[in-house]
Each structure stands twice: as C-alpha cells, then as structure tokens.
Design a protein around this ligand. Sequence first.
Ligand code: TRP
Length: 327
Amino acid sequence: MRQRVFSGARPTGRQHIGNYIGAIQNYVKLQEKYDCVYCIVDIHALTTLESTSELQQNIFEMTLDWLAAGIDPKKSIVFVQSHVPEVMELFTLLGMLTPLGWLLRVPTFKEKARMQPQNVNYGLVGYPVLMAADIMLYKSDAVPVGEDQLPHLEMTREIVRRFNFIFGDTFPEPQAKLTNYPLVRGLDGGQKMGKSYNNHIELAATPEETLERVKTAMTDPARQRRNDPGHPEVCNVFSLHHFFNEESTKEIDAQCRVAGIGCVDCKKLLAEGINNALHDFRERRAALEKDPEHIYAILDDGARRAGVIAKQTLAGVKLKMGLTRHA
Ligand code: TRP
C-alpha cells in the first residue's frame, strides 16, 4: 500500500518560478512514490479575499500551470476544495475538538489579523481547522509544505491525536515533508517571491516578458559600476542561476568576482536559462489552454475520485462521534 500525500494551495492564479521551485516541482516528483491528492483550496482563499470576481479565472490558470508542469491526473487526484463539500462537514465536527486558545496563538492568524483588522472573520480563526479537515478527510500520511505552514501542520497533528484519543484510532498522524527549497527570494532580493509583492516571474510569461522582469531585479548592492568586482553570494540574480543555469554557475561566479561579466549580461544569461528551462512547459500550457472543457473535466474527475474517499472517511467519523446509529 502506497502512502497518501495531500497538499493544498490557494488559487493565486498564474504561478511563478518561486511556486515552481518551492512546491510544484516537488508535487510532480512525489507522484512516483505516493498516492497524491492535490487540492486548490478555494474556501481557504475566502478568508482573505476582498473580491471573488477573479476566483474562477485564478483556479483555471493555476490548474493549467499544475498540469503543464507535470502534475498528472492519471497518477494523482487534482481537484478544487469546494467541489468535495464533505470537507466543510468535517471542518465543523473538528471545530468541536479544537480549543479556541490554540487557534488564537497561531502565528499566521496573528499576522493576518494585523494585516486585515477590518476583516478578522470567524473563518480566519478556523483556517487551521479547515486545513486539518483537508488533510484528515483523505487520511493523509504526509504533507509537503513550506516552512511557514509548519505551525498549521502541528495543529493538524494535535487534532488527530485528540480525535484518536477520544474516539479511537482513526487517522494517521501526518508528517510534514519540507521542500528542498523552502525560500525563493523575489526580484527585489528581499521578500519571498510572491504575487502580492510583485517581485515574481510568471511561469507562463513570454521569453520577452521574462527578460523584462529579470532586468528589474536587484543585484549585489555593493556593485555600482560595470567594472566593480561583484559578490555572487549576496546577489539574488546569482542565486537564481543555481536553478536555471546549473552547469554555468561556477563560471558565472568566477566571472562576476573579477568583473569579467557585468550585471546586464548576467541577467541576460538568467533570462535565457529560465526561458530554456520553461520552453516545453510553455508549449504544453498553451496547448492545454486551448481546451478549457478538458481542464474542467479533469477537475470534475478529481472531485469525483476525492469524493469517494471523503464520503467514506466522513461516514466513519460520524459513526465514531455518535452522530449515526450504524455504519
Ligand atoms: N494553508 C496552506 C497555504 O496557505 C494551504 C493549504 C490548505 C494546505 N489546506 C492544506 C496545505 C492542506 C497543505 C495541506 O499555503
């Protein structure tokens, strides 16, 4: 029996190279050894959205990126969270096992409450419980996450232990699977790469757009003039060469240090590396994009397969919690 992996990601629309390096690439690899369930968490998105007008488009774009990157609906279940409504039932039931004090101490809750003081909604406090419901509904053994999600996963494990203790062994304690590259910095060289900081490069960008974006990147701040020697270890452009120009990083490192190569050329090389690496991805994506019905059929099939597991888990939970008389 293969172990089950579950991961969720918010529908942020077109994915960027940080998403790819930090998460998607890992999702693709895990398919070889695990039964994977990959979920676009639209309900979670509602905890912070001001408007939902782009939600459907964002789900579509993200699905295209996932599929073009190699998430394979024949191997894995790919679906949209709200299409399997059982998660909301389990969320409610798990809410009865989760002390409010735990939730109020979660760092992401405190941060979000600071960022949107006008909208500290009930769902925001319950965010980690909904995430626990995602993971538990599929009796998941392992969860690939970034470091920022570890407190949430710890909460899931607490809820699992509590459930198992009160109602008998039901759920595995899910293990975190940290990605190899938990942090990819954005073009500004400071923050984590993210759409909200506008410091990202979209996977689906054209080669020209990619070059334009790379040109805006911060480099070694101490290197003011073309002939100043550079310091690759503090240069964000250089750190991206590791991913996209692996064979030439040593050479770029050496040339940068003696001012043999300037930042302009270094950026050109990076854009070329990204464009080469993403060439096939972009072709696949363009082909997929032409047939939206095919994409929606994949998501429907994913929801159907996820729904089978979800119904089974939920029936077991209700029985154990005394909500039904018999199985
Ligand atoms: N909280 C995750 C994030 O913001 C998204 C998420 C929702 C998730 N449910 C999940 C991640 C279940 C892993 C497993 O990135």
